[in-house]
Design a protein. Structure first.
Length: 306
């Protein structure tokens, strides 16, 4: 009787394969896109004090009223091109077994890596105490991972008050790293607020309602922080911080917002034939500048969890 290996030649399965894919990216929700015509330009910034300084409005008989003027300055943006490319050799086309689609897989890989790069840039920008000057760093028992002693509700309420006292608008967005979100959903102070709910699972929408935000954004994407050639070191892009912010969902005139992504050219895919390499060349790219335009619209809580 022949053995199984004698009557079967291993083939590649066409109904399944294994590919890692990152979690959803949130960078363009944190810094909404502003489409621009030129890669660098200026935008107007109104003087904040002109709207909040209380003038002397008293006018004596037969005198002129006091003049109340306003001032405006400009700031600039400057977009850079971010791009990645890869080659597909003719022999790779010819020898690829189903279900591989080398062209599709190549373009998707380049696009995902470009999006990951942007996600990391934005996370580093908005979770920096150098950039967000209104901030605090939690230590010891104040960290929200200390269920018995910490006060995440009080911390977030205080942060909201700070933002409101600077811009007189209610912050509408809470941005959390995945590890911070997981801790908050298990914190006894928060569970106590929802102890009569049937689900027993705290969601981002429930946190938004509890804290009075329009939305809670959870940064779930990951990246390999190791240098090339070293053992992989996978970590979360958005780390262990929390950001309370006012973010305009649609860029508009005469409104403050934490920041924007100035986009001179959206994502595009270029392709070319390189005969000397017997290959097709593919490149994904975009031209952008992620910039904070009103840092007083935010309050940063660093090291929110251990």
């Amino acid at each position: 009787m022949p053995e199984p290996n004698d009557v079967h030649v291993d083939q590649v399965l066409t109904g399944m394969s294994v590919q890692y894919k990152n979690a959803s990216f949130i960078a363009n929700q944190v810094l909404p896109i502003v489409s621009v015509k030129k890669e660098s330009d200026k935008y107007f910034v109104y003087d904040k004090r002109d709207r909040f300084a209380v003038p002397n409005t008293l006018r004596a008989p037969k005198t002129e009223s006091k003049q109340a003027s306003w001032n405006v300055d400009t700031d600039t943006y400057a977009c850079d091109e971010h791009a990645l490319n890869d080659l597909i050799d003719d022999r790779e086309y010819a020898n690829a077994d189903k279900p591989l689609d080398v062209k599709r897989d190549t373009i998707e890989n380049l696009t995902d890596l470009l999006l990951l790069s942007q996600e990391k840039r934005v996370a580093d920008l908005v979770f920096s105490t150098t950039n967000i000057t209104n901030n605090t760093t939690l230590v010891g028992t104040d960290k929200w991972s200390d269920a018995a002693n910490s006060d995440p509700i009080g911390d977030i309420v205080d942060a909201k008050k700070t933002v409101h006292s600077n811009i007189f608008l209610q912050p509408n967005t809470l941005i959390l790293g995945k590890e911070v979100f997981d801790i908050l959903t298990q914190h006894p102070d928060i569970l106590d607020r929802y102890k009569w709910t049937k689900e027993g699972i705290i969601t981002a929408d429930m946190l938004a309602k509890l804290f009075g935000f329009d939305r809670v954004l959870v940064g779930e994407a990951g990246y390999d922080s190791a240098n090339e050639g070293q053992t992989e070191d996978i970590d979360y892009v958005w780390g262990k911080d929390a950001l309370i912010a006012y973010i305009e969902p649609r860029p508009s005139l005469r409104r403050p917002s934490l920041g924007y992504t100035f986009q001179a050219r959206p994502f595009q895919v270029r392709s070319a034939r390189i005969e000397t390499k017997h290959s097709d060349w593919f490149e994904t790219s975009h031209v952008v500048d992620e910039k904070l335009v009103a840092v007083d619209c935010a309050y940063l809580i660093k090291s929110a969890v251990a």
